[in-house]
Design a protein around this ligand. Sequence first.
Ligand SMILES: *[C@@H]1O[C@H](CO)[C@@H](O)[C@H](O)[C@H]1NC(C)=O
Ligand SMILES: *[C@@H]1O[C@H](CO)[C@@H](O)[C@H](O)[C@H]1NC(C)=O
Ligand SMILES: *[C@@H]1O[C@H](CO)[C@@H](O)[C@H](O)[C@H]1NC(C)=O
Ligand SMILES: *[C@@H]1O[C@H](CO)[C@@H](O)[C@H](O)[C@H]1NC(C)=O
Ligand SMILES: *[C@@H]1O[C@H](CO)[C@@H](O)[C@H](O)[C@H]1NC(C)=O
Ligand SMILES: *[C@@H]1O[C@H](CO)[C@@H](O)[C@H](O)[C@H]1NC(C)=O
Ligand SMILES: *[C@@H]1O[C@H](CO)[C@@H](O)[C@H](O)[C@H]1NC(C)=O
Ligand SMILES: *[C@@H]1O[C@H](CO)[C@@H](O)[C@H](O)[C@H]1NC(C)=O
Ligand SMILES: *[C@@H]1O[C@H](CO)[C@@H](O)[C@H](O)[C@H]1NC(C)=O
Ligand SMILES: *[C@@H]1O[C@H](CO)[C@@H](O)[C@H](O)[C@H]1NC(C)=O
Length: 872
Amino acid sequence: MVMMGSFKHFILAFLVGFALIHLIDAQDQTGFISIACGSPDNSSFSEPTTGINYISDAAFIDTGISQQISAVYKDGYQHQVWNLRSFPQGIRNCYNISIVQGTKYLIRGTFVYGNYDGLSKLPQFDIHLGVNMWDTINITDMSLDFSTELIHVPYQNYLQICLVNTGFGVPFISAIELRPLSNKTYLSNSGSLALFARLDVGSVTGKTYRYPTDLYDRVWTPLNYNSSTTLSTSLLIDSQSNNYYQPPSIVMSTASTPINVSAPLELNWNSQNATSSQYYVYMHFAEVVNLKANQSRSFNVTVNGKFFYGPIVPQYLYTSTVYSTSILAIAQNYDLLISKTKSSTLPPILNALEIYSIRDLSKPGTNQQDVDAITKIKLAYGIQRNWEGDPCLPQAYSWAGLNCSYDSINPPRITSLNLSSSGLTGVVSVFISNLIMLQYLDISNNNLTGSVPDFLSQLQYLRVLNLEKNQLTGTIPADLIQRSKNGSLLLSVDENLNVCGFGSCKKKNNIAVPIGASVGVLLILSLIVVAVLWGLKRRKKDKNKVAIAGTESNIQTTSFQSIESIQRQFTYADLIRITNNFERILGKGGFGQVYHGYVDDTQVAVKVKLLMRVHHRNLTTLVGYCYEGTNMGLVYEYMANGDLDAHLSGKNNNILSWEARLNIAMDAAQGLEYLHHGCKPPIIHRDVKTTNILLNENFHAKIGDFGLSKIFPTDGGTHVSTFSVAGTPGYLDPEYSTSYRLTEKSDVYSFGVVLLEIVTSQRVIERSRENTHISQWVRIMVDKGDIQNIVDPRLHGNFNVNSAWKVVEIAMACVSSTSIERPTMSEVVIKLKECLTSELAQRKGESNYSVEMVNMNMITELNPSTRKLVQK
Ligand SMILES: *[C@@H]1O[C@H](CO)[C@@H](O)[C@H](O)[C@H]1NC(C)=O
Ligand SMILES: *[C@@H]1O[C@H](CO)[C@@H](O)[C@H](O)[C@H]1NC(C)=O
Ligand SMILES: *[C@@H]1O[C@H](CO)[C@@H](O)[C@H](O)[C@H]1NC(C)=O
Ligand SMILES: *[C@@H]1O[C@H](CO)[C@@H](O)[C@H](O)[C@H]1NC(C)=O
Ligand SMILES: *[C@@H]1O[C@H](CO)[C@@H](O)[C@H](O)[C@H]1NC(C)=O
Ligand SMILES: *[C@@H]1O[C@H](CO)[C@@H](O)[C@H](O)[C@H]1NC(C)=O
Ligand SMILES: *[C@@H]1O[C@H](CO)[C@@H](O)[C@H](O)[C@H]1NC(C)=O
Ligand SMILES: *[C@@H]1O[C@H](CO)[C@@H](O)[C@H](O)[C@H]1NC(C)=O
Ligand SMILES: *[C@@H]1O[C@H](CO)[C@@H](O)[C@H](O)[C@H]1NC(C)=O
Ligand SMILES: *[C@@H]1O[C@H](CO)[C@@H](O)[C@H](O)[C@H]1NC(C)=O
């Protein structure tokens, strides 16, 4: 029986009066996972004082070194911390522990340094739970034990606990303990709970209690108030029934009470982090005095002067637990007061208290399918790199040889795998084909045998496949050959045993087909050649080349080290010669492939850049490209007035007039329209946003940054699937989260957001706004017919209401949640043109009194029923 408090946010839970059978045997360790870190492989022992059965950690981790604490410290400690595992190597080392998915666990890490290394150097390091930060462990005393504890429901059937070296000493861990809890306890509506304090108030023994006294193995530390006295009973608390929380009888049988009968019990604590710490409090009360008929005890609880719960009348020998179902109001300091009510003849008591802070552990890891695949690849090849924990997250610790796509909405995907020169043997692992978003695969320079497997052709986004320098034999799958011929895949099978596919079988030969090299693709390749290194002699070696017919190309050469800039035209055939048939890939930036080559004995980096063929007055012109060491950059024409964002956000003092805004919108729309409809094949920009709209000295807008752009597939498809970061939060097509595809309509969506910013000068995502996203915010205003509050207030009404409504209509149509409801960029351009023309016509006749006229218009427009949007 649970009695609910009459106050919405507080619950008083207790069970009374029924002869319930204990469902959990106090000696039962069912579900416990007790790991003594660093203890010998396969060993196990029963800890003498607690009876807990510990096992070695060796089965849960591959790395780290087994150590023992110095003998002088052992005496004072339970056996599970006599050993520890330290991690002198690697930044992040992780345990992988199988658990029961969906169970609420108490998860505890314990750390006893005990001068195990004889260096007396106290380390500080981080502990992560999966991809989420759990805690910073600051070992401040050689002989003390430190622990960190969570209450958390894992959503997978395993748990990864990672020790992270943050540069302040070698991480280690002594024990890991997991205890299943009742899922009725410790409810939180906002995250997992991190233990702040668990106190046995009014302890008479001064002892710390844990299992088997506490059947959940919570650790209770004694607390005695100076100005209070202890009340206690020798009788059992909760003997016949259980409060769900089941605090141990011995903890509940003692309580503190103020010496001064009318004084309150008071508890203070400082917030660990005043800006981000949020607390839950659990107070356990049980009357330990058999009250006389003329005695009563009742009290109220306040936190920081605010009523929390009351009146509380503790039950004789039964636990009542008082807790809030939502966090305490955030404060710097917390003051918890328990004061007797007026009618109470006795002062308040407190038997036990728990305080938890919220820890957000909800961030998901890398896409599960990718995790499973890469884990199997790791096992299949016995990869010895420090591949631990989540492959892509946290980004700073992502696995070497992997690249992932990151955005704010979706779990990361693995997009690139480089296992070149990794001593791989055996066949090409079939699990590679499960990495379906893979764009780049390099398994060159290993000892791989067998054929070039057919399953590689399932990797539909693959653009680079490097199988060079292995022992592969047989025929290359037709699909891969097809893709390499049509230019969508750069395939190299150079220096293998006997690989066939391009005509006759090639033995230890060069088969490399570069991007964009096919006959009949209607591309005019533009290439930039940049000289990076000087004075190095050209190699005389002249390898066999695969003859490729290509169209004429423009090549610009810029030598940036000498500041002298040369522009030169090369033919495609020149390019093949310069790069020795695209022999050596120097690198791969966000913007494509870079090849090594020679121009007149000068080493150059050659960038094959399809976008160079794009030229439009509303697109920024790519002037040059540089590649030096690990640095790559694109050089665009200079845009004197910077980006649009700076002008809208107010960073810039200049406030754009309504007309200027319309012109900018028009320019940007035309630039995008050209990419979508004027290019063959069409181009999706993928990152349309105000910071990518640049303004020249006359405030003409051009769209810049094609870093993410992709050419539409030429097979008649109308989408691209993304391989790397797609767009920017707030601008990203909501359909992307389900389809993982970006279409031209995704650009339309982003453009709609830009248009809303142009009109409103509001931030795209504003957490302080009730409707966080700009489109939600505008929609509410539109429904109210409130154009006055939609348009940037800094214009002081100096805009044409009709054209404002039109632009908002266009923008709202663009940000429709489904792509079919969105107009095309051509339609957008037509509509914007109409706005602009009518605006200009009106301006001409307006002369100097525009403000008043506009204001009059506005009043009529304020009627909500007068406008309906074009969106469906
Ligand atoms: C631990 O147990 C496994 C499996 O029973 C065995 O293969 C391994 O050799 C054992 N390790 C040690 C150190 O005894
Ligand atoms: C972790 O353990 C789970 C369950 O045993 C297993 O499925 C998973 O592959 C393991 N992960 C790694 C990275 O070893
Ligand atoms: C770790 O503890 C030491 C000693 O108390 C203190 O000086 C240091 O600031 C602590 N570090 C952090 C990050 O809290
Ligand atoms: C709590 O756990 C029980 C048994 O483990 C399960 O049947 C029940 O659905 C869970 N309740 C919640 C709210 O998770
Ligand atoms: C009790 O008093 C002692 C000495 O005055 C002080 O050090 C200690 O912090 C006090 N304890 C509490 C719980 O207030
Ligand atoms: C007892 O507590 C009350 C309320 O805090 C206070 O007003 C009173 O002075 C205290 N009496 C003594 C003797 O300290
Ligand atoms: C407090 O929390 C904020 C937000 O999580 C964090 O940025 C900041 O570093 C924290 N401060 C301290 C002192 O831990
Ligand atoms: C309460 O009753 C007891 C006897 O049962 C008596 O000794 C005591 O004085 C009474 N106390 C009060 C405050 O009435
Ligand atoms: C205790 O709480 C009850 C219920 O809200 C309230 O009626 C009473 O006035 C409070 N008493 C004191 C002393 O604050
Ligand atoms: C291939 O295996 C041979 C023999 O084990 C070894 O000598 C050679 O270094 C390996 N090659 C590569 C690229 O790993």
